[in-house]
Design a protein around this ligand. Structure first.
Ligand code: RTP
Length: 155
């Protein structure tokens, strides 16, 4: 169980193919934006099989591994890097339990998904994996460090 830290961290969040197909990209991005985290990387693409296998290599021996790889490579995904204080554990909380039927209402999976094998979104499970996964899914130059403007834009 992840405890929220007071450190500025980065995490890799991915809208899985079913989330893209169901038109939930905006909704999912919105939840992290509204929480107050900062988007530092964003792209839509169809991920090659080798990348999916590397990302989920810890699950290689699981019986569902081939189906998982088939699922993740079945259509475009939206890859995101998010930054903020305690973002790794907080994002997991916003996402909800792996099995959407056990995910609390108010979480992304609790509100929007039904099946474990179609749980619409991924979030890194530790700060180390956050770094590892961002380095795996993004090329150099694709990430953007920025500071929110102090001056309001609308007045
Ligand atoms: P994720 O990495 O996608 O955020 O998910 P997680 O940590 O909540 O869950 P994990 O155990 O790492 O599993 C990764 C993904 O594999 C699929 N899965 N299918 N029994 C099954 O059919 C099964 N178990 C896991 C899910 O898509 C899960 O998110």
């Amino acid at each position: 169980h992840l405890v929220a830290s007071l450190e500025v961290e980065e995490t890799y969040i991915m809208v899985k193919p079913d989330g893209v197909q169901r038109g939930l990209v905006g909704e999912i991005i919105s939840r992290f934006e509204k929480k107050g985290f900062k988007l530092t990387g964003l792209k839509l693409f169809r991920c090659p099989k080798e990348l999916a296998q590397e990302h989920y290599k810890d699950l290689q021996s699981k019986p569902f591994f081939p189906k998982l790889i088939e699922y993740i490579t079945s259509g475009p995904v939206v890859s995101m890097a998010w930054e903020g204080v305690g973002v790794v554990a907080s994002a997991r909380k916003l996402i909800g339990s792996t099995n959407p039927l056990q995910a609390e209402p108010g979480t992304i999976r609790g509100d929007l998904a039904v099946q474990t094998g179609r749980n619409i979104v991924h979030g890194s499970d530790s700060p180390e994996n956050g770094k590892r996964e961002i380095a795996l899914w993004f090329k150099e130059g694709e990430l953007c460090q920025w500071t929110p403007a102090q001056e309001p834009w609308l007045v």
